[in-house]
Design a binder for this molecule. Sequence first.
Ligand code: HEC
Length: 244
Amino acid sequence: MEKTTTLSQLSMTYKVLYSGFLLTIGLGLLMAGAQIMLTHGKADGKAGLSINDIVYSYYGNRSGSKLEAMLEGQMKAMAPDEARFELIQWARDEAPATQWATRIEPLTKKYCVSCHGAESSLPDFSQLKVLQKAAEVDHGASITLLTRVSHIHLFGITFIFMFVGWIFALAEFSQYWKLRLIATPFAFLIIDVLSWWLTKYWPGFAWLTMIGGIGYSAASTVMITTSLVQMWLPRARWGILKPE
Ligand code: HEC
């Protein structure tokens, strides 16, 4: 066993510094979770994060367009069935411009443009081009997007786990589990990012994205809680978070 200062022996200065970091990062991780629910969670048009959301986000919903998925999901209440079927049919016919003025524009004007207009931040469906874009079959995340999100995640999150692990390294904890907990987030981060790319081509890998996310959330929760408890609570109250 190496001899180092443990968390409980740290000076007040470092306890405050480390706690400030851990609490802020903990809050950040919660927000990241909420953000995932709010963006990816609705990819399939239904609330809550499911495997389908992950498949739709990365592989795309190749059975149909975003327009169709929304008209069958969140936008279902916006127009009567006949109008929705007209729009879906048009999307399935590859959104021909020839039918715009006669068949489609009157429908969007009547049912959609009140919200999807030029002034709103939503896609402007008074424009043929914009509606055609929504009517394209959805191929999921582009390579450009994946490359960007991957490198941001790998650089950014690695630093978070570097410092969370650094602080937790000073905890009094079974060496066996300490090593595993410190290594886990890095491994799962790589699995997570890898899983997006795999899912883009093979939707069957979506479960790996779930496992990646759950894995590093769990490991960081244990590390953050243990570190805070050992810095601020007397040894007698460490409960299960104490050394072997
Ligand atoms: C009452 C306002 C309202 C009306 C009317 C409305 N929508 Fe929407 N629509 C929204 C909102 C809000 C969103 C964003 C939902 C989100 O991101 O969770 C949205 C999102 C969409 C999207 C996804 C856009 C994107 O690129 O993410 C499509 C497609 C869509 N609506 C189609 C329609 C169609 C077609 C109609 C007409 C039949 C319609 N909507 C009518 C409010 C409306």
